[in-house]
Design a protein around this ligand. Structure first.
Ligand code: DHB
Length: 476
């Protein structure tokens, strides 16, 4: 009876029986469900038994814990063999698509996470899987205000990383080997998490939601079709697709050329050095660079792996590709025409503010805002209007390239970057700028473009898992 009374008093005070304050961010290690999953891998099917933890809030003052919570899977047995995951890499799966929120409530997983072949293969490799929910541009409170506009998603993901690190030694997994993974907007957030480690810019936002007082850098970042560098993406899109008609014809060529010119200036300012003495990448030589180091090698791998008959048939329907003694040859303009243009002009900061990105940059009371001077000036008709400084800071806080440009000290050491050659959601230069600037920083970079792959293409989920094993040095 006395002990029950003590418990009640302690619970009211938020203390345990010893009078210490309870840690609201303590990982509930013993509170799991035992589950089994059969995973198809290159080495055959694997039966994985794991501890599942669901809907664990990762901040002390959540705005909405249905989003600011995470799931964890800890493998304990693979094909009848006991597994010790205490020191395993932590596969941090970002499920964001379209800069929308990821709901983590109801035992389910929102966004693109959950059941992805990549995370299943990671689990079957003995890795710990963490799937965080997070806020997004769609979150709206009952009073009509928005609570998931930029930078909420990256703030939440950082808070989730801090939660993991805060629980070092309590939650299984090696907190020095956190690897984020995501595609598209999720790929951009993965790149941002990788590049912006421990940046003080996010500190007030993290404090506000009661994030753990811990570091938020990660070891490695995997990014599929990253839709990053948003404020420069309109120009890059015109560079690649300006002469390619949409279904309703060519976009306004004067505006397209203006955007293209702004891209050329930006590209020059990056001062990124291409491989093997290629020189500084520019609007003038980037087509050649993409062909030489990404597109032709990708086409060659694809075509070489086809049977003679299949290759002949492929080339007969793709007459823009010439098959020579040295492999594939084609012109960049023909390649761009082959993929086709998907978006209008401007592709991201569109004049009607209907694209995901102006919505991402809304605020609590505004659904969507322009985030480039180009579109703001066009919309207002005032050639002197400027994006305000607060918004500029938020735009930077959403851009991996910003932190790379700042040489942020706690940038991830290892990077896996992938795109589909037929992805027309953003310019191919966006990912390759990431690749090249990270190479210029001497990071461990593994990049590839999947031939004829679309947005978020992944022809090689096991490749990532093997690479994580290699860069983390983890063996089961
Ligand atoms: C995504 C796709 C887009 O075209 C875009 O502009 C932003 C995000 C996505 O698939 O996540």
């Amino acid at each position: 009876m006395i002990s029950m009374a003590l418990t009640v008093v302690c619970l009211i005070r938020g203390e345990n029986a010893e009078g210490q304050t309870k840690d609201p961010l303590l990982f509930p290690r013993d509170n799991y469900a035992l589950e089994t999953r059969t995973v198809k891998t290159v080495a055959g099917e694997k039966k994985v038994i794991y501890h599942a933890y669901r809907h664990i809030p990762y901040v002390a003052n959540p705005v909405n814990k249905d989003y600011q919570s995470l799931n964890v899977m800890v493998p304990v047995e693979i094909d009848g063999k006991a597994i010790d995951a205490e020191n395993a890499p932590i596969f941090f799966e970002i499920g964001v698509g379209g800069y929308m929120s990821v709901k983590n409530a109801d035992g389910g997983t929102g966004g693109r996470q959950g059941g992805s072949s990549r995370s299943d293969v990671a689990l079957a490799a003995g890795y710990v899987i963490v799937s965080p929910g997070c806020r997004g541009r769609d979150n709206k409170a009952d009073d009509g205000t928005y609570y998931g506009k930029a930078p909420a998603a990256i703030v939440d993901l950082k808070a989730a990383v801090r939660y993991i690190r805060h629980n070092r030694g309590v939650m299984p997994g090696n907190t020095d080997r956190i690897v984020s993974v995501g595609c598209s907007a999720g790929g951009a957030l993965s790149a941002l998490l990788g590049s912006s480690g421990n940046s003080p810019l996010y500190e007030p936002y993290l404090k506000e939601i009661g994030a753990a007082d811990a570091a938020d850098h990660i070891f490695a970042s995997a990014c599929y079709s990253p839709i990053t560098d948003l404020e420069h993406a309109d120009g890059a899109y015109e560079w690649m697709f300006g002469s390619v008609p949409t279904r309703s014809g060519l976009v306004d060529q004067e505006l397209s050329n203006q955007l293209k010119a702004s891209y050329a200036t930006y590209q020059k300012s990056l001062n990124t050095r291409g491989k093997n003495g290629f020189g500084i990448l520019s609007a003038d030589n980037y087509d050649k660079y993409l062909l030489q180091y990404f597109l032709v090698p990708s086409a060659n791998k694809y075509l070489n792996e086809l049977s003679d008959n299949a290759r002949t048939a492929y080339l007969a329907t793709n007459t823009w590709i010439k098959w020579t003694d040295h492999g594939a040859e084609f012109a960049f303009a023909d390649y761009a025409m082959h993929i086709g243009r998907m978006k209008g002009l401007p592709a991201f900061d569109d004049f009607n503010r209907k694209q995901p990105e102006p919505e991402l940059f809304g605020n609590t009371t505004t659904a969507a805002r322009h985030f480039t001077n180009f579109s703001l000036r066009h919309s207002t008709g005032d050639q002197h209007s400027e994006i305000d400084n607060d918004l500029k800071t938020i735009v930077n806080m959403m851009n991996a390239m910003y932190f790379i440009g700042q040489n942020n000290r706690d940038c991830a050491a290892a990077w896996w970057l992938r795109n589909g050659s037929s992805d027309n959601h953003t310019s191919q230069t966006v990912m390759v700028n990431l690749v090249t600037s990270l190479e210029n920083m001497d990071k461990e970079v593994n990049a590839w473009v999947f031939w004829d792959g679309g947005h978020c293409a992944d022809d090689d989920p096991e490749g990532l898992i093997t690479w994580i094993g290699a860069v983390t040095g983890f063996t089961k």
